[in-house]
Design a protein around this ligand. Sequence first.
Ligand SMILES: [Zn+2]
Length: 82
Amino acid sequence: MFFRLVSKRQIINDIYYLYIKQCMADYYGDNNKKQVHDLNNQKDGCKIDEIRIVHRRYFIPDTHSQANSEGYASCIHCIEDS
Ligand SMILES: [Zn+2]
């Protein structure tokens, strides 16, 4: 069984990693509008507080080009696309 092969320590590490990841992520995806925001450069226009938790997601690696490649458009307020 799959779960028997995964140790408790490994599960705790994974959860901890996800928790840290959410606290320290630079880029933040809105799964509803298919938009990505730069949390270090957020503006009033981003309305990040209005993004429902179920629509929030993060990217690995944590870059806006990764988000773009997954179909998320860069927010016009906080990400200056090259
Ligand atoms: Zn934004």
